[in-house]
Design a protein around this ligand. Sequence first.
Ligand code: 13P
Ligand code: SF4
Length: 334
Amino acid sequence: MSLKSEISRLLSKGLSSVCSQKALPDIAALTLEINRLKKEKNAVICAHVYQRPEIILGTADFIGDSYKLAKDAVNVNAGKIIFCGVHFMAETAKILNPGKKVYLPALDAGCSLSESISASDIRKLKKMHPGAPVALYINTSAEAKAESDVIVTSANAEKILIKLFEKNKKVIFLPDKYMGANLAKKLGKKPGKDIILWDGSCEVHEKFDVSMIKEQKKVFPGLVAMAHSECPSEIIKAVDFMGGTGDMMKYIENTNAAAYMLITECGMGELAVTKFPDKHFISLCRLCPYMKAVTLENILKTLEDLPEKKEITVPEKTAQKARLAIEKMFELAN
Ligand code: 13P
Ligand code: SF4
């Protein structure tokens, strides 16, 4: 494919609505080479919706929220996965499809939630609350997953908690204190008694300003404000919709509001603009430095060199236990 036709392909995907026209030739040169190398090296690219739009629109084979990307990882046939997201996502793909080589283009792509809890913290909590099942957010390490009973994502946490409460009086929900409190409120459960929480939070979603939402709702009648469930409860109280990124996308697709305000990472709004060009968006967004650590340049370098230090590995014993908890999520989320 020529550079000119690659630029046309990117334009047809709506990239010019979120990128400067001047940057397109440089972007196209990179996406062209990345897509050529993907074929040559038998690799696919999985990308979370918070990734840069040129990565999603120009190079990704699988795009989605954490839940969809976990399901997609099981079905990858190519020999290699270049995971454009953060460390726990690449690790989850490796756990679910251990025969594939999984690479993370930016090794500093961590997550404040994942950092907040360790496997030994979970072991201590289990001793303190014997018999209570541990529902662990997917934004955690493989070692932490191996200590849990079921993994949840923003797309299925509510459904899975409802099922767990049918059989248990008390559930341990870790590590996002805001998501835990938001769900506890929705389900009529008492934090500290029915649902045991942890002091973890997303450094991106905990810092939104509630006055901005109230102001914009006054200015735009008919505005639907949507916030990620990782936001604190004062934000959730001020919005019309709480959910994960996949839920937000589905809601936008199926409704016709005068405007949508997306209170989440900026990549989500950029993707929505290209997917729904006729809808109006107001983005009250913040950047996740970890998600944004992945660039076209480091994806290309990863594909060229396939460096051992960027390959994600999980010890088999840990992977086996973590896999059981993720498979429990697939079972309960259905
Ligand atoms: P989603 O699963 O909703 O995409 O969330 C992942 C995440 O990291 C949100 O900050
Ligand atoms: Fe982690 Fe928050 Fe970034 Fe998501 S947005 S990857 S939860 S730090």
